[in-house]
Design a protein around this ligand. Sequence first.
Ligand code: PEP
Ligand code: MG
Length: 610
Amino acid sequence: MPLDAQTGTAGQARTTIRGTAVVAGLAYGPARWVRRADPTETGAAASDGSGPGSPASGDAAAPAPNTGQAPEQPPTSDPGQAPDSTPEQVDQSRQRFVDAAATVGERLDRRAALATGVSAEVLTANAVLARDRGWAKAVVKELKKGLGVEAATVAATETFVAMFTKIGGRQAERITDLRDICARVVAELQGLPEPGIPEFDEPGVLLADDLAPADTAGLDPDMVLAIVCEHGGPTSHTAIIARQLGIPCIVAAAGLGDVADGERVLVDGAAGTVEVGPDERVATEAAAADREMRLKAAGWTGPSVLADGHPVDLLANVQDGDGAAAAAAGPAGGIGLFRTELAFLDRPTEPTVDEQAELYAQVLSAFPDAKVVTRTLDAGSDKPLAFAGMTQEENPALGVRGIRVDRIDRGLVDRQLDALAEAGGRVGGAQSSPWVMAPMVAIVDEARDFSRRCRERGLTPGIMVEVPSVAVAVDRFLPHVDFLSIGTNDLTQYVMAADRMSSELAALTDPWQPAVLRLIRAVAQAGSATPDGRVVPVGVCGEAAADPHLAMVLLGLGVSSLSAASAAIPFVGAALSEVTLERCRELAALALDADTAAEARAAVIAAVRG
Ligand code: PEP
Ligand code: MG
């Protein structure tokens, strides 16, 4: 996307960067970059305390924090320091480590003081970990072997990682934290900016190359005013999390790298623009007015009915018990997608059936009398799960993901289903036969097999429609399931043969694509008139349901429920309350009649605005 240089009204140079609009809303504040620990910055010079930005020592890279990826292994020797370190050198290095760890600990304490709830607890625990004496002792041990201070820090950390992995359970869950703290301390030793999500002293706009799901998990929506990524598509997980948090978001913003940390930017999540250095007063007023407007929509409390009184099943997408509880506190009528894999992203080992049952029961009990749809693990592709046993693939989006994990280990899904049945029994009532669906089903055999395993356990089986083969031959799948849920993120990716993570192809992975809308219509119609006379409910749980105008179109196409991030529900609900079902059908016809996604969107928006 082009970089426009314009002249600002206040006389200073102003730049507008364009990207793909993901979550609407204006935000104005200082840019804060997510730093990555870069292995290439740490490989050469002597461990001499070189200044910021210079290659600091002969140490191997600290593991990249928060990426959920396997870290670099620590080096076994350090070219930057002789193997026979003198006691003075060891003592100096020990002091450097202690000082760096103390600085990191203080920063974490400050962030903890600004946070609340679980985030505050986690940050405080990490601050304690940074000052852990056992860690310092382990570093000294490595220093005595002749390692430089950074290599010793990484090596000592990896000793604990190995130990915690062996112990498993809760200890093993601390591994990500340990490596994160290690990366921060190493960066401090090197005089480099802290890696990972930066510390926010004041509310600001988070800029990143792209965000891993684990990066976004702990974001504080009170401090992060907007998210802008140079890469990613509108259905990437950055976009999903931004919607969940209700934060304005833009992806595929080419040229973002030119924005310096601390520069003030105005983000327009509806237009997909980032203005760098705008007029302060104008930007502040615009952001404040927009916030007010968003507050108004957020004041919509349901019930979810169209203007003609037609009820709409407006459900929430969640990833854990807290998300479910938050959804229940708002106007959501239930849960249309519980992404179980996101609850386990940071787990090195598979949670036990009992642990899973506990989590599932929490989610089910958030809506004791309403629909809650749990999805079995959709591991693989952009959501790697350490314990799922998946190997590196050339083409992971077309590889072993979703229900295809059965090909590696059927026990993973079986144990999930056992846990869900157990949770349903515990919660009882309307949840005694929980709804559960399999992701990435492609052939009838998979649907038949999944349904059998669910029914054996008293569960209500469904499948996601996200592989085009299911949409095309939906009549062959319907006899086996009790419901369908269309995953428009992947359905669009596969129909358009365009990677949902690709910023270059963001215009193709747009759920307004008329070809995608036609498939949705076909699936919705098939569900309402099955060969055996049953009505099989068809919902949409992809990001399409979070777009108020597209939500109208989806209802017009015959979809019976919509599931979106909790933060999007008031916007969707408020918009739907203004239109009748008949109007939705007219809007759907307009969209289907378009040749391109942009035309479809423009035609519908123009018609709605009158
Ligand atoms: C989808 O593909 O639309 C979907 C809801 O699944 P996910 O985004 O988790 O792949
Ligand atoms: Mg999907």
